[in-house]
Design a binder for this molecule. Structure first.
Ligand SMILES: NC(=O)c1ccc[n+]([C@@H]2O[C@H](COP(=O)([O-])OP(=O)(O)OC[C@H]3O[C@@H](n4cnc5c(N)ncnc54)[C@H](O)[C@@H]3O)[C@@H](O)[C@H]2O)c1
Length: 437
């Protein structure tokens, strides 16, 4: 089985590597030549647990290759996966031109029957447009090779992506063609054999909508709990116990109800905005999602607000340490991370900023050159007036508090992920602030 993956980002690289790991011949195509060259020379551009080892093994065994030339990427393949990122247009709607360009090249280049699989998150109706574009290109070159288009949205989560790919909760296959159903069954049959979960066969539009609805539901839970947490603080209730009381309800469940300093990454913020836009262009106001987005924007300011509540408005020359920069643990992805908002606010306030993150410091160095990147988490707290927790990396969970306290100038901890016990920290002489407790 020969598979081409277009786009070697978090999703494309994981998808391509996992298919290679299952024995397929995979060629990954990306327009970013620098990234492709790095991959060819064995340098992995992102951090994802287990990915580097899997890439090395599959490259060495000849099942995984990287190219920047589409002509090479689309020859002799059975499937082309479109896994590129999309960006908003000037009016805020998704710019689909790059996806349609890939569909055009597909129509111009395939030399055998092939299935075009849309993995990127795209507005409802995109797959139908892709079918038309490919059909037109094939007609123009008088080619009657069979092709199918499938919407196969992705639900992997960064930090757990390989496991999510190999053991997904469900696989959604959106297509109107029986031949495509067969092609997708062949493709996923190894995963289907070893795991018990649902495969959902549906039409392309419904598949596209499932992706947006699932992401939006998760983001809604997070923003809802953040709002409840903020209220808990004002009325003297404890959000941790509230969360427990809510999450043990079998109708609700315990996931995605942890309060914090806001969600980030590309998925939640982007998908929510896309769905609001899709609603608008269809005359349907998405009031819940607008509120979810607004609450999240506000929540990203909460750590800075707490800092001001402690020190007053003038924070100039205060030394502030951030533990965690990525939008969640086990990834180096800082896109839309709450840390970006906090770093900008601290910079504007004239603070000295010290940071530590196990894998996401390179991006920070490039963007905020005045920020000091610690050698380790303890080096980062030297002389700090406040320690802010932005990402709940495992290594931050049980720090040597006596060491932290002796290194800080003022023992103030503002915990944006609620990972510590307030009583314990206060007993050790810290002033401890968190979310909703
Ligand atoms: N990151 C995730 O965990 C995740 C999960 C589910 C769905 N998705 C969806 O998958 C898509 C990709 O997300 P990502 O996080 O992997 O993005 P990314 O930004 O990490 O990677 C995208 C890659 O596509 C490449 N690219 C862009 N335009 C291209 C083109 N025209 N031709 C070839 N390559 C091109 C870029 O150079 C980049 O390497 C998005 O639609 C996203 O919503 C992502």
């Amino acid at each position: 089985m020969n598979i081409s993956i277009v786009g070697t980002g978090y999703m494309g690289l994981v998808t391509g590597t996992c298919f290679a790991d299952l024995g397929a011949n995979v060629i990954c195509v990306d327009t970013d030549r620098q990234k492709v060259n790095r991959l060819i020379f064995g340098s992995i551009p992102i951090y994802e647990p287990g990915l580097e080892k899997a890439i090395t093994t599959n490259v060495n065994e000849g099942r995984l290759r990287f190219v920047s030339d589409f002509a090479k990427g689309f020859a002799d393949v059975d499937y082309v996966f479109c896994a590129i990122d999309t960006t908003p247009d000037k009016d805020g709607s998704t710019d689909l031109a790059p996806i349609y360009d890939i569909a055009r090249v597909f129509g111009q280049s395939i030399n055998q029957p092939c299935t075009f699989v849309l993995k990127s998150t795209v507005p409802v109706g995109t797959a139908q447009q892709v079918i038309e574009i490919i059909g037109q290109e094939m007609a123009d070159r008088k080619c009657d090779l069979h092709f199918d288009v499938v919407s196969n949205p992705d639900f992997i989560t960064e930090g757990n992506a390989i496991k999510d790919f190999m053991k997904p909760d469900r696989i959604v296959i959106g297509t109107e063609a029986e031949s495509a159903v067969e092609a997708m069954r062949r493709l996923y049959h190894t995963i289907l054999r070893h795991n018990e979960y649902h495969v959902i066969y549906t039409d392309t539009r419904t598949a596209e909508m499932i992706k947006y609805a699932a992401t939006s539901m998760l983001a809604t839970r997070v923003s809802f709990m953040n709002e409840i947490a903020n209220l808990c603080e004002l009325v003297g209730a404890d959000i941790n116990t509230v969360r427990h009381g809510v999450g043990t309800d079998s109708r609700i469940g315990p996931k995605y109800i942890f309060p914090g300093c806001g969600y980030g990454g590309t998925l939640f913020p982007q998908d929510i905005k896309d769905l609001i836009k899709i609603g608008q262009s269809n005359g349907c106001e998405m009031k819940v999602l607008e509120a979810v987005d607004n609450v999240n924007v506000r929540q990203k300011h909460i750590l800075f607000e707490k800092l001001k509540q402690h020190f007053g408005d003038n924070l100039k020359d205060k030394t502030v340490t951030l533990w965690g920069l990525s939008f969640k643990p086990e990834t180096d992805d800082m896109r839309e991370a709450p840390s970006i908002v906090t770093l900008n606010q601290l910079t504007e306030a004239g603070c000295n900023i010290r940071v530590y993150d196990p894998v996401a410091m390179n991006a920070t160095k490039l963007r905020w050159d005045q920020v000091y990147c610690g050698i380790d988490m303890y080096d980062a707290v030297k002389g700090a007036d406040a320690l802010l927790i932005l990402t709940e990396w495992r290594q931050f969970r049980i720090p040597a508090w006596d060491r932290v306290k002796s290194l800080m100038r003022t023992p103030l901890v503002i915990d944006g992920r609620n990972i510590y016990d307030p009583a314990e920290l206060e007993q050790m002489g810290f002033t401890y602030r968190c979310i909703g407790r």
